[in-house]
Design a protein around this ligand. Structure first.
Ligand SMILES: Nc1ncnc2c1ncn2[C@@H]1O[C@H](COP(=O)(O)OP(=O)(O)OP(=O)(O)O)[C@@H](O)[C@H]1O
Ligand SMILES: [Mg+2]
Length: 256
C-alpha cells in the first residue's frame, strides 16, 4: 500500500479527557478514506492533529516518508502546504464576496499579485463546482450547500494533494448532501486528490469511500474496505452501523 499520510500511535488529551489513545491509520494515495465514529470520539481532533492545528502529546504523523511531529517547523509548514481542508462549518469570511474568499489563499498563501490571473482562477474554480458567475455575492446570500461548494473551490485553488473534509454534509438536506458527496468523488477522480473524510453519513461513507476506519475509545478499533466492514464481526461497529441505518430510515419517514 502506498500511503501518503500515516498516523501512528497518536495520543492527545485535554486535561483528564483522553481523546486519542494510540490512534493509528494509514491513508492511501489517491483514495477516499473515511473516519467514522460516535460524536465526541475525537474525529475532528484526529484531523486537526494531521493538519497541525492541534499538537499530540506523542505519536508519529508521516507525510510520505517524513515524520512531522518531530520535524523542524519549516519542514512541517512545507508538508502542510500539500493539505487542504474543509471545516465543519466551511468557514467562509462573511464580510468578503465569494471572489474575495477564493482569492484570499491565493494572495495570502501563494503571494499571487496579478489580479487578472487571480480572477481567472476564481472563475475557473467556480465553473468547476457548478456555480459560475457568483463572484460578487456574499456568503450570507448563499444556501448551506452553495457555501460548502465555495469552500471546496477555495481549497482547490491551492492545488492540494490531500483534502480533508470534516462533516461536509452535516446540516444539509439529503439532496444537497448527495451533491456534496458527488463533488468529493469528482475531486478525487478528476484531480487524483487523496481525500480524508469525516462524516456521520454512514450510508454515503460506505458508497463513496475506498477504505474506512472506525474510531472508538481513542483508537481505530476496526478498519477495512466498505465490503469487509459491512459484515464486520466487531460488536460495537455492527451496532454503530445498524443504528445509523435505523436513524436514516426514521429521518426518511419524517420527510414524507
Ligand atoms: N481544543 C479543545 N480543547 C479541549 N477539549 C477539546 C478540544 N477539542 C476537542 N476537545 C474534546 O475532545 C473530544 C473529541 O472532540 P471532537 O471534536 O474531535 O469529536 P468528534 O468525534 O469530531 O465529534 P463530532 O462528531 O460531534 O464532530 C470532545 O470531548 C471535545 O470536548
Ligand atoms: Mg467533529
Amino acid at each position: 500500500m502506498n500511503s501518503i499520510v500515516r498516523v501512528k500511535n497518536v495520543y492527545k488529551s485535554f486535561g483528564g479527557n483522553h481523546v486519542l489513545s494510540g490512534a493509528s491509520i494509514s491513508f492511501e494515495q489517491g483514495k477516499i478514506t473515511a473516519i467514522i465514529g460516535q460524536s465526541g470520539t475525537g474525529k475532528s481532533v484526529l484531523i486537526k492533529s494531521i493538519i497541525g492545528i492541534l499538537v499530540p502529546e506523542s505519536g508519529e504523523i508521516y507525510f510520505r516518508d517524513r515524520e512531522l511531529l518531530s520535524a523542524p517547523e519549516a519542514v512541517q509548514d512545507e508538508a502542510r502546504r500539500h493539505f487542504g481542508y474543509l471545516f465543519q462549518d466551511s468557514a467562509l469570511f462573511d464580510s468578503m464576496t465569494v471572489e474575495e474568499n477564493i482569492a484570499f489563499p491565493l494572495i495570502e498563501t501563494l503571494h499571487m499579485r496579478d489580479r487578472n490571473e487571480i480572477r481567472a482562477i476564481v472563475r475557473e474554480k467556480l465553473e468547476w463546482i457548478g456555480l459560475p458567475g457568483i463572484e460578487n455575492t456574499f456568503p450570507a446570500e448563499l444556501s448551506g450547500g452553495m457555501r460548502k461548494r465555495v469552500g471546496v473551490a477555495r481549497t482547490l485553488a491551492l492545488q492540494p494533494e490531500i483534502l480533508l473534509f470534516d462533516e461536509p454534509t452535516t446540516g444539509l438536506d439529503p439532496v444537497l448532501a448527495e451533491s456534496i458527496n458527488d463533488l468529493i468523488v469528482k475531486v478525487n477522480r478528476e484531480f487524483d486528490i487523496t481525500c480524508i473524510l469525516i462524516t456521520h453519513d454512514i450510508q454515503a461513507t460506505f458508497r463513496i469511500s475506498d477504505y474506512i476506519g472506525f474510531l472508538y475509545n481513542g483508537r481505530i478499533e476496526a478498519e477495512g474496505t466498505p465490503e469487509s466492514l459491512g459484515d464486520t464481526e466487531h460488536p460495537i461497529l455492527r451496532r454503530f452501523i445498524s443504528n445509523s441505518f435505523v436513524e436514516r430510515e426514521v429521518e426518511g419517514c419524517r420527510d414524507t
